[in-house]
Ligand binder design. Structure first.
Ligand code: GDP
Length: 525
C-alpha cells in the first residue's frame, strides 16, 4: 500500500469497546450497530441464548453449554465511510482479565448505562481502567422507553462517582410512557419517538432552539419542561470541549433506547465523527510510533485456545499499532528476537472465519499460534527494533487452591498449569510456606474454564478448593517478615517470586496496616 493510501485507510478506523454493567443493554446496542453496518439482518442474532443459535463469538464448548461468550471477540463492519472495529468485553460471570486487557487495545470506549439504575459496580471497575488510559469515553444513557432517573441526576452521577464531566449532546423529552423524543441541541433538531411518518422523525429547531409554532408538541408540558432543562444546562452545564473529550476528562452524553432503536443511530453517527482514528502509540522507551508509519508493528493483548474444538490451536489477538499487515509477512518477535512468518491470520466476524489479506493500524488480527506468543508480546517488521509497553496486571479478586486429583498425573498437571497460566487467563501463586498452588482470577468463570481445559487438553482432573474472595496486596520483599502472616491472610508469591498477602477482607488489611504502619502494600490496576 502506498503511504498516502495507508494514511487514508488508518484514518477510517474506529476501534472501540463497549463497557457496561450486565443487563444495561450492551448486546442490544451492539446488535443495532451491526444492523446499521449490514452485518446482521435482524436483531436477536448476537446472543442466541434462547434459540440455540449461538453468537459468532461462542466458540468454545463451554461457551455453548452456558450460552455465553467466555472471551472477547471482535466485530467489524464498514459504515458511512468508516471501518468500525468493536471489541467485545464480556460481562456477567465471564468477566475476566481479558475484559480488562481488551481495553488496552482500543482507541475509545462507549459506556452504556441503564438510565433507571445509573452507574453500577462493573461499569465503575471498567471505567477505572479506561480512565487510566486517558482515551475518550462516550456515554449512552439507555432504556429511555422506561421510567428512569432524572437526566440531570444521571449526569451529576458521572461527576460524583466517576469523576468525569458529562456534557449532554441531546436531552430526553419525557421518559417511559411519556417519552416524546430527544431534544438534540447538538444537531439543532428534535428526534420524535413516535413520528406519524418515518420521514418526519426529525424536526428542525429554529435559531432560538424552538420547534415550529404549528408543531403539536409546542402545547405539550413535556416540551416546555425540556426547554427549561436545556436552558438550565446551557447556563450551568459543562461546555462541550473536544480537548477534554480527547483526554477522557469529559464524556459526551447521549440518551436513547437500544431496544426500540431510538437515538442509537444519532449516537453512532456522532460517536464515529468525534471518536479518534488510531494515532501514534507510545512505546516502552517513551518513543512513539505513528499509526500510519510504513513500519508494521503490533502487540498481543489476548491469547485464546481451542476456539475450534477440532484443532488444538491457540489464537493470538494482535492489535496493529502501526503500518499494514499482509498475509504471509515476515516479522520479528521482540521478546525472542526470532523471525516469524505470519500465515493463517483470521478475521472474526461470521461463522466462516475468513482469512484476512490486509489489515492496517487500528485493526485486530487473530493469528493461529503454536506457542510462539505470550500476552504483551510485540511484533514488528524492519531492522528498527521496537517494543510496546508492558500490559498492566490486574489484581485478582477470587482465589482457589488447586491440586491434581490423581497423583500419577503430576507431569501433565504441571505442564497444563504452566501453559494455561502463560495465556494469562488466571494468575498462579504459590503458598510461601508450603509451595501449594493457588490460582487467582478476576472472575469466577476463569476457574471453570481452567478446570475444563485441564481435563480436555491435558487429561488431568483437578481439585479446586475455593478460598473465596481476597484482597491481594504486594509487599516490598525487603520489608517482608514471614511472621507477618496470620490467620487472616495468606502469604504467597507470584510467578516472578514477588511476595504478596491475600487478605481475608478490608478489616484484615487495615489491621495489618495498623500493626505495620511502615510497610507499603500495593495493588495492581
Ligand atoms: P447486556 O447484558 O448489557 O448485554 O444487556 P442486553 O442487551 O442483553 O439487555 C438486557 C435486557 O435489557 C434485555 O432483556 C434487553 O431486551 C433489555 N433492554 C436493552 N435495551 C433496552 C431498552 O432500551 N429498553 C428496554 N426497555 N429494555 C432494554
Amino acid at each position: 500500500m502506498k503511504t498516502e493510501q495507508l494514511a487514508q485507510e488508518v484514518a477510517k478506523r474506529r476501534t472501540f469497546a463497549i463497557i457496561s454493567h450486565p443487563d444495561a443493554g450492551k448486546t442490544t446496542i451492539t446488535e443495532q450497530m451491526l444492523l446499521f453496518g449490514g452485518v446482521i439482518r435482524s436483531a436477536g442474532t448476537v446472543k442466541g441464548k434462547k434459540t440455540g443459535n449461538y453468537a459468532t463469538s461462542d466458540w468454545m464448548e463451554i461457551e455453548k453449554k452456558r450460552g455465553i461468550s467466555v472471551t472477547s471477540s471482535v466485530m467489524e463492519f464498514d459504515y458511512q465511510g468508516k471501518h468500525v472495529n468493536i471489541l467485545d468485553t464480556p460481562g456477567h460471570e465471564d468477566f475476566s482479565e481479558d475484559t480488562y486487557r481488551t481495553l488496552m487495545a482500543v482507541d475509545a470506549a462507549v459506556m452504556v448505562i441503564d438510565s433507571a439504575k445509573g452507574i453500577e459496580a462493573q461499569t465503575k471497575k471498567l471505567f477505572k481502567v479506561v480512565k487510566q488510559r486517558g482515551i475518550p469515553i462516550f456515554t449512552f444513557m439507555n432504556k429511555l422507553d422506561r421510567d428512569g432517573r432524572e437526566p440531570l441526576d444521571l449526569i451529576g452521577e458521572l461527576e460524583d462517582l466517576l469523576n468525569i464531566e458529562g456534557c449532554a449532546m441531546n436531552w430526553p423529552m419525557g421518559s417511559g410512557k411519556t417519552l416524546r423524543g430527544l431534544y438534540d441541541m447538538h444537531n439543532q433538531r428534535v428526534e420524535l419517538y413516535h413520528p406519524t411518518n418515518e420521514d418526519q422523525r426529525f424536526v428542525a429547531l429554529d435559531a432560538n432552539g424552538h420547534l415550529p409554532a404549528d408543531n403539536e408538541l409546542t402545547a405539550d408540558s413535556i416540551y416546555q419542561q425540556t426547554l427549561d432543562d436545556v436552558s438550565l444546562l446551557q447556563e450551568a452545564g459543562n461546555t462541550f470541549d473536544p480537548e477534554k473529550i480527547a483526554q477522557g476528562k469529559q464524556t459526551p452524553v447521549f440518551f436513547g433506547s437500544a431496544l426500540t432503536n431510538f437515538g442509537v443511530q444519532t449516537f453512532l453517527d456522532e460517536f464515529l465523527r468525534l471518536a479518534p482514528a488510531p494515532s501514534s502509540h507510545k512505546l516502552a522507551d517513551d518513543q512513539e510510533i505513528a499509526a500510519d508509519a510504513s513500519q508494521f508493528s503490533g502487540f498481543v493483548f489476548k491469547i485464546q485456545a481451542n476456539m475450534n474444538p477440532k484443532h488444538r490451536d491457540r489464537i493470538a489477538f494482535i492489535r496493529i499499532g502501526s503500518g499494514e499487515f499482509t498475509q504471509g509477512m515476515d516479522v520479528t518477535l521482540q521478546r525472542t528476537q526470532k523471525d516469524l512468518r505470519l500465515n493463517n491470520a483470521t478475521e472474526f466476524m461470521s461463522d466462516q472465519r475468513e482469512q484476512v489479506k490486509h489489515a492496517v493500524a487500528g485493526d485486530i488480527v487473530g493469528l493461529y499460534d503454536t506457542g510462539n506468543f505470550q500476552i504483551g508480546d510485540t511484533i514488528y517488521t524492519g531492522k528498527q527494533a521496537l517494543k510496546y509497553p508492558a500490559l498492566p496486571q490486574f489484581t485478582p479478586e477470587m482465589f482457589m487452591e488447586v491440586t491434581a486429583k490423581n497423583v500419577m498425573k503430576q507431569k501433565s498437571f504441571h505442564k497444563g498449569m504452566q501453559q494455561l497460566v502463560q495465556e494469562g487467563a488466571v494468575q498462579l501463586y504459590r503458598n510461601y510456606q508450603t509451595g501449594d498452588y493457588i490460582l487467582g482470577a478476576v472472575g469466577q468463570l476463569q476457574f471453570e474454564v481452567f478446570k475444563f481445559r485441564m481435563q480436555n487438553e491435558y487429561n488431568t482432573e483437578v481439585v479446586m478448593k475455593p478460598i473465596g474472595s481476597r484482597i491481594a496486596r504486594w509487599i516490598d520483599p525487603e520489608q517482608l517478615d514471614p511472621a507477618m502472616s496470620s490467620t487472616r491472610n495468606i502469604l504467597v508469591k507470584d510467578l516472578h517470586d514477588q511476595p504478596l498477602f491475600l487478605f481475608e477482607n478490608q478489616f484484615a488489611q487495615r489491621w495489618f496496616s495498623d500493626k505495620y504502619p511502615d510497610v507499603k502494600l500495593t495493588a495492581k490496576l
